[in-house]
Design a protein around this ligand. Structure first.
Ligand code: ADP
Ligand code: ZN
Length: 721
């Protein structure tokens, strides 16, 4: 068992090398398992912090840690990031020139490397394996371990032989890591890598910082442009189903002044690499891509992922949206959902010959449709699909933030039923809408359907409203769209109960994207943040690395909130290890100092919208506080929270203080109300040498001690105190 001293050592490395104060859930246990010489199998979502789990033990154990990674570009990024923290790391793959490769091998043999990233086929070559027998090895880490499984979404034949490692090197601990959420693949991985005895670590697959939004697809370009306004100058990915759509959308976005580029498998290798590189280096902000894009892009600051078209399955949706917000900052996943897409996929599925496969495809599609049309918390549906229950609603999806209003739609359902009966089940949704709205288009006239009883009965509602009603009625099982008859609408048994059964409750049609612009988050000084980003870009370009290798957005966000000018405060900023502190703290604090003295700095508003929030993952707040925060986010008042918890309001306020300290958002100005600005001015002007109780006494507003502490904490959090 790892001793107390060993644990202390791991924490020192975390702080000094990587600049982080505390481990994320499971990281420490995983590290200790490896330090004990045992195997581990780690299932953690993207952004969970898997890399550190093998990097730290590789540094602490004698010998070199061998990391197997499927993609050359990923190896380079990881090694760049480690080198930036002064860790001895290198990669060995086909991209190296002969002299470079020799140099890496020399270092490896000399014992000058803590980590060596290797491509699987290289590792398993006879020559390399023979070499390994004579070099001390700290451990093997198999990254993206799902590549070993044919069940997985990214099978790589080169991975299959990795199972041999466990037998050839019985004494070297082995760690497999993956973000795959599906159980089938997990079992297969552990069998194939012969890790059946390894200790398993399964983290929650929830990505709390990703907000899930689904909107009816109507005018996708306009909808996307509108959405992008909420994320100016931010990086994001837009997925489309076909190459043609990718190219069209990229051109259209460029025409609207968006820094966008297209990416799909039909683009020649060189140009594709350039697009990817420009994206990593923040030179291109928005990538419009087919699903060919993503694997091998570990960019931490992707702020949004948009699905222009229906994803293939829930698993793909989770995977693709998961590329947002790896750094833990607030991010959004928007899906445009159109019945046209669903019908297209249905038609494609009809052509699948193999019955079993067709069933699988139908199931995948149905789950995707159910997710999209659900009127309950998206996160609950999503995690539920992976067998992870979510007890309360998440408070961070379109449904939770803006619960759909329902109404009694029985009369509409009756009209639809009547119309479908009149049409004898031969017509699709679009046609029915036309009939209800009283259209006299050629097709309707040809069939003399202008003489139907229901023709024109729904003329007072527009086509979108009717479509929404029809779709929901299908979703609720009153009607089906018969795929074998070009999606003609048919009534089901349930439709017989429209008249006599319970009222048909539907969600009110809402045009536009349901979306709250009210962002949770500790406000940051936007003007300063921009300046910091610019400085980071300059330094990164000079060093020829992606900007996030210099500092993550989390680090810059924290700097723009806390405005560190001394080295001591700088040291307490997340992501600043000893090496980066030495290298960058002077330039960054000089910039911050200059900003603080400038007009921008003085005018910096603490409030403000559209600010990403810092999610302090698993740190700082206890269970009660997490619960209180969730109540708070649902808009429950202080009084009610206190009553519900059976404690005094003062106690709840104390919890609020802890929550703010942990980097979470409580809207203190709203809480204090009209007096807030007055109080802030009075505090700004307060005698710097007075004691807190003296200051409190001088205020024009009477505050309880806890309220006072809350305000002070808020000021500290936004960096004015
Ligand atoms: P994964 O490989 O699981 O997708 P990474 O290892 O890339 O995740 O980590 C995601 C981000 O979280 C990185 O920016 C990383 O530096 C950061 N991170 C990892 N562990 C910690 C920690 N203990 N404290 C703060 N940040 C962390
Ligand atoms: Zn939700």
């Amino acid at each position: 068992m790892a001793t107390k001293k060993v644990k202390e050592q791991t924490r020192n490395i975390l702080k000094e090398v990587f600049g982080y104060d505390s481990f994320r859930p499971m990281q420490e246990e995983i590290i200790c398992t490896l330090l004990d010489g045992k195997d581990a199998f780690v299932l953690m979502p993207t952004g969970g912090g898997k890399s550190i789990c093998y990097q730290i033990p590789a540094m602490m154990r004698e010998g070199t840690g061998i990391v197997v990674s499927p993609l050359i570009s990923l190896m380079k990024d990881q090694v760049d990031a480690l080198t930036a923290c002064d860790v001895k790391a290198a990669y060995y793959n086909s991209s190296l020139k002969a002299a470079e490769a020799k140099d890496v091998l020399d270092r490896f043999e000399r014992g000058d490397l803590d980590l060596l990233y290797v491509a699987p086929e290289r590792l398993l070559s006879k020559g390399f394996l023979a070499k390994l027998e004579h070099i001390p090895l700290a451990m093997f880490a198999i990254d993206e371990a799902h590549c070993v499984s044919q069940w997985g979404h990214d099978f790589r034949p080169e991975y299959v032989r990795l199972g041999e490692l466990r037998e050839i090197f019985p004494d070297v601990p082995m760690l497999a890591l993956t973000a795959t959420a599906d159980e089938h693949t997990r079992e297969d991985i552990s069998d194939r890598l012969k890790l059946t005895k390894a200790k398993r670590f399964v983290a929650s697959f929830d990505r709390p910082n990703i907000r899930y939004l689904v909107a009816e697809k109507r005018q996708p370009l306009t909808q996307i442009l509108q959405f992008l306004e909420g994320w100016p100058n931010c990086s994001g990915v837009i997925y489309c189903l076909s190459r043609k759509r990718v190219e069209d959308l990229a051109v259209n976005l460029q025409r609207h002044g968006i820094s966008a580029a297209a990416y799909h498998a039909g683009i020649p290798g060189r140009s594709r690499e350039k697009v990817q590189d420009d994206f990593l280096r923040d030179r291109v902000k928005v990538i419009v891509a087919t699903i060919a894009f993503g694997m091998g892009v570990d960019k931490p600051n992707v702020r949004f992922v948009i699905h222009h078209d229906l994803p293939k399955s829930i698993v793909s949706y989770y995977q693709e949206t998961g590329r947002a917000g790896r750094d833990g900052l607030e991010s959004e996943a928007l899906m445009l959902y159109g019945s046209g897409d669903v019908n297209l996929v249905r038609r494609l599925i009809e052509n699948v010959e193999n019955i079993d496969q067709r069933r699988v495809e139908v199931h995948k599609l149905n789950s995707m449709v159910a997710f999209s049309e659900a009127l309950t918390c998206r996160r609950r549906v999503l995690l539920g699909y992976f067998g992870e229950p979510l007890d309360e609603s998440c408070g961070n999806c379109d449904i939770c933030l803006d619960p759909p209003e329902t109404y009694d739609a029985t009369e509409f359902a009756q009209v639809v039923l009547q119309c479908i009966r009149e049409l004898n089940g031969h017509f699709g949704m679009g046609y029915i809408v036309d009939v209800l709205r009283g259209s006299k288009n050629a097709r309707i006239m040809e069939h003399k359907h202008d003489q139907l009883k229901t023709h024109g009965t729904g003329a007072d509602m527009n086509a979108d409203e009717w479509t929404s009603i029809l779709r929901q009625l299908v979703h609720h099982g009153y009607f089906i769209q018969d795929v074998s008859k070009r999606a003609a609408m048919l009534a089901t048994k349930k439709a017989d109960f429209i008249d006599s059964g319970p009222p048909v409750m539907l969600a009110k049609y809402q045009p536009g994207i349901r979306r709250h612009f009210k962002r949770l988050g500790v406000p940051r000084d936007e003007a300063l943040f921009k300046k910091l980003v610019k400085l980071r870009q300059e330094l990164a370009d000079k060093e020829d690395v992606p900007p996030y290798v210099v500092f993550s957005d989390v680090t810059l966000t924290e700097m723009s909130q806390r405005k560190p000018v001394s080295e001591d405060t700088m040291r307490s900023i997340s992501g600043l290890g000893v090496h980066k502190l030495e290298k960058y703290s002077a330039v960054f604090s000089a910039l911050i100092q200059k900003h603080v003295n400038s007009n921008d700095g003085k005018n910096a508003k603490s409030g403000g919208k559209n600010i990403p929030m810092l999610i302090a993952k698993g740190s700082g707040i206890n269970e009660t506080q997490t619960y209180i925060l969730s109540l708070y986010r649902k808009g429950i008042s202080l009084e009610d929270i206190a009553a519900q918890q059976g404690v005094s309001e003062a106690t709840v306020l104390k919890h609020y203080v802890a929550i703010i300290r942990a980097g979470q958002f409580i809207d203190v100005p709203a809480f204090i109300g009209d007096d807030f600005d007055t109080l802030m001015t009075e505090l700004d002007d307060a005698d710097p040498y007075a004691s807190l109780s003296e200051i409190k006494r001088e205020l024009s507003v009477d505050l309880s001690n806890d309220e006072f502490r809350l305000i002070l904490t808020w000021r500290e959090a936004i960096g004015v105190a």
